[in-house]
Design a protein around this ligand. Structure first.
Ligand SMILES: Nc1ncnc2c1ncn2[C@@H]1O[C@H](COP(=O)(O)OP(=O)(O)OP(=O)(O)O)[C@@H](O)[C@H]1O
Length: 157
């Protein structure tokens, strides 16, 4: 499998620009299933490329589904630690920099936003301000829910 199978031209461009020319093993084994809408549980050692293994399908699926402002939150990524959440956010910024999407990072009371053209759903930050986001990365999700730092209007079944 090569990265060229993706229909999102801008994603391909960013992957090439970041020198991601061939998928790693975990990416090769998971991305195809994720793009088919199947549930994927993957495990691989540190540094094997797991971050792109789930970020690429997220971006590609949102693009293929023509996700728009009225569709709500498109993706919620939950990380066990703030460091991992921030790392994921940075990779998303890199591979998604040419896209018109919005993404938010919430870590322990801090809310950072990457805002582009499409506003689709709203997250309330620590100051009670509602901010729009399409792709949300959350570290310590349960803590934030308990503290009511984050309220996400989305249907998770
Ligand atoms: N297809 C690829 N080609 C080249 N480099 C890649 C590719 N995919 C990821 N990388 C690089 O490999 C490194 C490790 O990737 P990543 O952090 O996603 O691994 P990981 O498995 O999530 O690690 P961890 O378990 O520590 O979170 C990063 O520097 C990333 O830029």
């Amino acid at each position: 499998m090569s990265y060229h199978i993706f229909s999102l031209i801008k994603l391909n461009y960013c992957l090439m620009e970041a020198q991601y020319r061939q998928p790693t093993e975990i990416q090769r084994q998971t991305i195809g299933f994720a793009l088919q809408g199947k549930d994927v549980l993957g495990a691989a050692k540190t540094g094997s490329g797991k971050t792109l293994a789930f970020l690429i399908p997220v971006l590609e699926c949102l693009y293929r589904q023509q996700w728009t402002a009225v569709d709500g939150l498109g993706a919620l990524l939950i990380s066990p630690t703030r460091e991992l959440a921030y790392q994921t956010f940075e990779v998303l910024r890199k591979v998604g920099k040419n896209h018109e999407f919005s993404a938010g990072l919430i870590i322990g009371g801090k809310v950072l936003y990457l805002l582009f053209k499409f506003y689709s759903s709203y997250v309330r930050d620590t100051h009670g301000i509602h901010r729009p986001t399409k792709c949300l990365i959350a570290g310590s999700f349960l803590t934030m829910q308990q503290q009511e730092i984050m309220k996400v209007n989305t249907n998770i079944t």
